[in-house]
Design a protein around this ligand. Structure first.
Ligand code: COA
Length: 652
């Protein structure tokens, strides 16, 4: 096996290079290589300073997460970093790509840090249910201050090279060749500059009011997750204790968290997100090239898809049925782009380029050049078929045609096209430029390269792609329909909407199912129930409470009332009228209402998610239990730190 860490020396400077694809994770072999490099460079009289850099696309992206389930092997990372920090010859970290977790901790052990302009730095352990375990919580506050350190560690977000420079996290941003610049820095400056090792520095006490407010905000955001709270504890230790004691406490906390079920769940989701989108049948299949995208429909979903494509640098033609609808759709897109600019996500030049990439039309002929067209019109089979009949004539025969339907039979929609092998489902979630999930639905006749094009588009848009077979609701909406039905049953059995919603929030959902329905609007599901009425099995339990609300014009927030009343409280207040409808519905069916505890409510919701999930697996709609978890976590607000319903089933 080739060594993942090599050393070369030239002109008095040793270069220590880590080459451990794909992301230079700190495996045992890498840690050993670094531990060996310290005494070797210390002993070499020719060496005056050491440059640490990485081959490939990134600096060290962290500890090797795959090793977390095993007994830790020596040398341990904190010891390796201690050696680097204690070296008499200064180490200079040259950062490119993503310097994350243990990678950034190694860089903090170095005396100096130089970064490529596109480098990003972070301590994302909290996202895996952990905190940094190799000195990050002790060294970072000594470099950038306690408040900035807490934000980085508890938030788990990466910072850009520019921000890192402004914070004092890196010493310099280097234009041009990073290695060359690091070597020159080592020769010309590193030896003269005084850089006290971070462990030997003091940490300034933050302003106590601001500090308390910051901690309170983090605790609130955590919504039941342990690791952000552990980050607070670690930073408190860093402020209160001598550095070596704080370091020992950090290590203790890290090991506690590593065995916490929350961390197991988060690590499960991390790998599930990376495996769920891989379809064995597509190995080696080349996607069709795409540059120009057509989007049919300028409503919330259509405009969101257009914005997502423009933000990914694609050219987009929006098609609407008349000038007024087109104008409204274009306006929605412009607002989104302007917001992205205002929030600093895109600069003025990029905004202008994106606007230049965007055109609108009312005639299908404008789609003659499109490589891929996504339909996002009204959810009605006749309307969708009409769109695809027109697309069949208007588009190139090799153009990929996608429908964004959330429930309808895509095989039937594909039947409207002479060559159904070019039709697939791309089920986006609203708002499409924000939500990470994309269900890629494969009707039986879809060609492999068309499917591969769907995955390539997902990657280009930065989405997490999950393949799904055709059925009513695919993976996510099918499970949601099932548990929503169960929640309706619970209303008749004895719960009220606010009981169910509170139980879901306590479990870790941002919102309960009834509040969510009020936000989305009750009318769409009502229309669907009316459509399905004829085919509904006669012996199926049916709850007509939501129908009664709709008949009263209570469609949710947009009408000022739905499950809740929004007339006096914008967040929605429980409504005695709704309670009356519910209790009467129970009485009409002869059900004696029994109060349900939060545990009972969540037990029933999770059991239904799991049983529907098993059916979806048996029918081959989802490839794996992991795929179901990825959908529920990324599209339906299932708390990430619980790993998803199928992960929970494995833990029972
Ligand atoms: N340990 C082990 N494997 C890792 C890893 C880590 N820390 N980070 C990434 N990988 C693996 C991924 O599982 C994936 O493997 P696969 O190709 O077999 O699926 C591969 O590296 C590429 O990762 P991917 O996320 O698909 O690439 P990307 O370019 O989109 O993103 C990162 C790269 C580094 C930004 C991203 O992988 C990441 O955030 N990693 C986790 C970093 C982290 O949390 N570090 C702290 C650990 S305590």
């Amino acid at each position: 096996m080739t060594q993942p860490v090599t050393i070369s020396t030239q002109g008095g400077i040793a270069t220590v290079t880590i080459d451990n694809p794909p992301v230079n994770a700190l495996s045992q072999a890498v840690r050993q290589g670094l531990a060996d490099a310290v005494p070797q460079t210390e002993a070499d009289a020719d060496v005056r300073a050491v440059v640490l850099l990485c081959a490939g696309r990134t600096f060290i992206a962290g500890a090797d997460v795959r090793e977390f389930g095993q007994t830790p092997q020596k040398p341990h990372l904190p010891d390796v970093i201690d050696m680097i920090e204690g070296a008499t010859k200064p180490w200079i970290a040259a950062l490119h790509g993503t310097a994350l977790g243990g990678g950034l901790e190694v860089a903090l052990g170095c005396r100096f840090r130089l970064a490529d302009p596109s480098a990003r730095l972070g301590l994302p352990e909290v996202n895996l249910g952990l905190i940094p375990g190799a000195g990050g919580t002790v060294r970072l506050p000594r470099l950038v201050g306690a408040s900035a350190a807490l934000e980085m560690i508890a938030g788990g977000k990466m910072v850009s090279a520019d921000k890192a420079l402004a914070m004092g996290l890196v010493d310099r941003i280097v234009d041009g060749d990073l290695t060359q610049a690091a070597l020159e820095f080592a020769k010309a400056e590193a030896l003269d500059k005084v850089a006290t090792p971070l462990m030997a520095r003091d940490v300034a006490q933050p302003d106590s009011d601001k500090w308390e407010a910051q901690k309170a905000a983090i605790a609130k955001r955590a919504r039941g997750q342990n690791s952000p709270l552990a980050a607070i504890t670690a930073l408190e230790n860093a402020l209160a204790l001598p550095a070596d004691q704080a370091l020992a406490k950090e290590r203790e906390l890290f090991f506690q968290l590593k065995d916490d079920p929350q961390s197991l769940a988060l690590r499960h989701i991390f790998f599930a997100e990376r495996s769920a989108g891989k379809m064995p049948c597509l190995k080696g299949v080349k996607p069709r090239p795409f540059d120009e995208i057509g989007v049919i429909g300028g409503g919330t979903m259509g405009a969101g898809i257009v914005a997502a494509c423009l933000l990914a640098g694609l050219r987009v033609v929006m098609l609407e049925r008349d000038d007024d609808s087109l104008g409204a759709g274009q306006e929605r897109v412009q607002i989104t782009l302007a917001q992205s600019h205002k929030r600093g996500l895109i600069d003025a030049d990029t905004l202008m380029r994106m606007q230049g990439n965007f055109s609108g039309a009312t005639d299908y002929a404008a789609l003659g050049n499109a490589d891929l067209v996504i339909e996002a019109v009204f959810e009605d089979m006749a309307v969708k078929k009409d769109v695809f009949t027109r697309l069949d004539v208007a588009t190139r025969p090799d153009a990929v045609l996608a429908t964004n339907t959330s429930y309808l039979d895509i095989a039937e929609i594909a039947g409207a096209v002479a060559d159904p092998s070019r039709v697939l489902g791309l089920h986006f979630f609203s708002p499409a430029y924000i939500m990470k999930l994309l269900e890629i639905v494969h009707p039986p006749k879809v060609a492999d390269d068309v499917l591969a094009t769907g995955f390539a588009l997902a990657k280009r848009l930065g989405k997490i792609a999950v393949p799904a077979g055709v059925c009513d609701g695919f993976i996510g909406n099918r499970i949601m329909s099932a548990y929503r039905r169960e929640c309706d049953y619970m209303l008749e059995d004895g719960a009220l909407p606010q009981d169910v919603d509170a139980a879901m929030r306590d479990f870790g959902f941002a919102m309960g199912i009834f509040a969510m329905q009020d936000m989305a609007g009750l009318d769409i599901a009502w229309a669907m129930r009316k459509r399905q009425a004829a085919t509904r099995p006669a012996d199926m339990r049916y709850v007509d409470i939501p129908d009664q609300l709709c008949e009263m014009g209570r469609f949710g927030r947009k009408t000022g009332a739905g499950w809740y009343d929004y007339s006096s409280d914008p967040k929605g207040a429980p409504d005695p009228l709704v309670e009356g409808i519910i209790t009467k519905a129970s009485a009409d069916k002869g059900i004696t209402r029994q109060p349900l505890s939060a545990d009972e409510i969540m037990g029933r919701i999770i059991a239904v998610m799991q049983s529907e999930g098993r059916k979806i697996l048996d029918e081959g709609i989802a490839q794996s239990p992991e795929a179901i978890d990825v959908v529920m976590v990324n599209g339906y607000g299932f708390p990430r730190w619980r790993g998803g319903p199928m992960f929970m089933a494995g833990m029972e």
